[in-house]
Design a protein around this ligand. Structure first.
Ligand code: HEC
Length: 489
């Protein structure tokens, strides 16, 4: 790699964050926020009815939830930080500045949650009777509450990224926290998590309780009653949430659901979504009325269905807030809206943390090999397009241009003209931030990339070092103004 900015050219930078974060949300909702209250309720019910079988079911569910949340759940949680910091350090930097105390509190709550789940799990078989059992059930309830509080804090940050609301003028944590999307989104995610837990638990219960055991029908009926109870709240919360999503974001739902290529399938897609929701509901309904009628596979399908729906919902939420990563404030390329006039004047390369002006010797080396312009174009691509596009992998910029301009020869002017106006037509793309000169360099780079597959052959020999040693950096003239390092929250 001859360029120090992080870039995954095969699956794309977006996909790295998306895979890790979506997995994390699925585990968080289905196995923590929704599952812990369900387990505590099962334990409580078993205690009240003095029926040990409920207790055993609760313990087995907790065992699974404990295993997955403390391994994959915890790792993906850290993975979100790691991937977001690599891929969009400016965005995560701004979020930390705004939400510092909220995140600090969330960290304390999370540590408490970890202690509680350890205590809840490890004392289950010890605190089995009388006051100790009551204490244990309370521990479960507290665990459920703390899991929810962590989500309640994080959801505010998610809402903030879509629509920061008053924060844009007030710049306080309070204004950011109480953004317009916050409560509706929380009102949706809370029952969604509880519904998911019911679906997950039903699927697990068929493995935990033998088919011949009459308790199986009893347990499935109860678990699906739980699912059915929360389902209407999920729909109502979803409705409220949809109603606060700004109109400009709704316009992007078509591409968000299905990508540009399959956008026209939108109404079929809605039909599939409604059918899937109806299927989950139907399985839950039959399980309540006639648990023995429902085949095992149906629970698996219901589980896959709700997993897919939730995962896809995350994709859409992430997509519609484009071109911004933080609504109205910072574009998805990590550049603040306020910095645009400056970058249009000086160019993006001059102010980039990840690249540096070439020395005269380096320029001469590149010019001699005829690659100077292309190397600059690559820098421009990395800064302005690579958060969302690859060069040759998923959502490759070359494929996108080929769909527009066909497979014939490309004209640099044509590419440059399109790029100047790309944000007008495709509103999820940020406007191009650089100079006219950089625009042409980008076009030259894309043309070269398309024809040779590799953009700057021999550039490294020509002296374009990545991460130059500190001494070289200091010796090299830096651009005078450095607004990118003075980002305010
Ligand atoms: C915020 C993310 C983002 C950024 C930044 C971005 N794009 Fe895109 N671009 C997209 C998405 C998403 C699509 C549509 C992908 C799909 O659904 O197939 C797209 C589509 C395109 C298309 C096809 C559009 C059409 O009308 O058919 C072109 C060409 C394109 N991008 C070029 C660029 C160039 C050049 C840059 C950098 C200067 C850039 N994009 C920056 C997200 C982005």
């Amino acid at each position: 790699m001859d360029f120090p900015i992080f870039h995954a050219d095969l699956i794309g930078n977006r996909a790295i964050i998306a895979v890790i974060a979506t997995l994390h949300v699925l585990i968080n909702h289905g196995l923590a926020v929704g599952m812990m209250p369900l387990i505590a309720a099962i334990e409580w019910h078993g205690h009240r009815t003095s029926d040990r079988r409920w207790d055993q079911l609760g313990y087995k569910l907790l065992f699974c939830a404990f295993l997955v949340t403390t391994t994959v759940g915890a790792l993906t949680g850290v993975g979100i930080w790691l991937s977001a910091s690599l891929i969009n350090p400016y965005a995560i930097g701004s979020l930390i500045r705004v939400f510092f105390w909220a995140w600090f509190t969330e960290w304390l709550v999370f540590i408490t949650e970890v202690c509680l789940i350890l205590a809840y799990f490890l004392t289950w078989k010890k605190w089995t009777a009388g006051a100790a059992k009551t204490r244990h059930i309370r521990l479960g309830a507290a665990l459920g509450l703390f899991s929810w509080i962590t989500m309640a804090i994080i959801v505010s940050i998610l809402g903030f990224m879509m629509d920061p609301g008053n924060w844009l003028s007030e710049h306080t944590l309070f204004a950011g926290f109480t953004n317009p999307i916050y409560l509706p989104q929380l009102a949706f995610r809370t029952p969604l998590a509880l519904t998911m837990a019911g679906v997950v638990a039903s699927f697990l219960a068929i493995f935990f309780i033998a088919r011949a055991d009459p308790f199986r029908a009893q347990a499935l009926r109860a678990l699906n009653l739980w699912t059915l109870f929360w389902a209407p709240f999920t729909l109502a919360g979803g409705w409220w949430y949809m109603s606060v999503v700004p109109e400009t974001m709704r316009e992007r739902v078509g591409t968000a659901l299905l990508t540009l290529q399959f956008e026209s399938w939108q109404s079929d897609f809605y039909a599939i979504v409604i059918g899937t929701v109806a299927f989950i509901y139907l399985i839950a309904q039959i399980s309540v009325l006639r648990p023995t009628w429902v085949p095992r596979a149906a629970y698996l399908v219901a589980l896959l269905a709700i997993t897919w729906l939730t995962g896809h919902f995350e994709r859409v939420r992430e997509f519609v807030r484009k071109p911004y990563v933080i609504g109205q404030y910072m574009y998805a390329n990590g550049i603040r809206a306020d910095d645009y006039p400056l970058l249009k004047r000086d160019g993006v390369i001059a102010h980039s943390t990840y690249t540096y002006p070439l020395s005269d010797a380096e320029k001469a080396g590149l010019a001699a090999s005829g690659h100077e312009q292309v190397q600059r174009g690559k820098d421009v691509f990395m800064i302005t397009c690579s958060r969302c596009h690859t060069g040759s992998g998923v959502n490759s910029v070359i494929t996108q241009f080929e769909r527009l301009f066909g497979s014939g020869a490309w004209d640099r002017k044509l590419l440059a003209d399109y790029t100047t106006t790309m944000h007008d037509l495709r509103t999820y793309m940020p406007p191009f931030p650089g100079t006219q000169d950089e625009l042409l360099a980008l076009s030259d780079y894309l043309i070269q990339l398309r024809t040779t597959g590799a953009a700057v052959p021999g550039a490294q020999q020509a002296g374009v070092g990545a991460n130059p040693p500190a001494a070289t950096v200091a010796a090299r003239p830096r651009p005078q103004s450095a607004p990118m390092t003075e980002r305010r929250p």
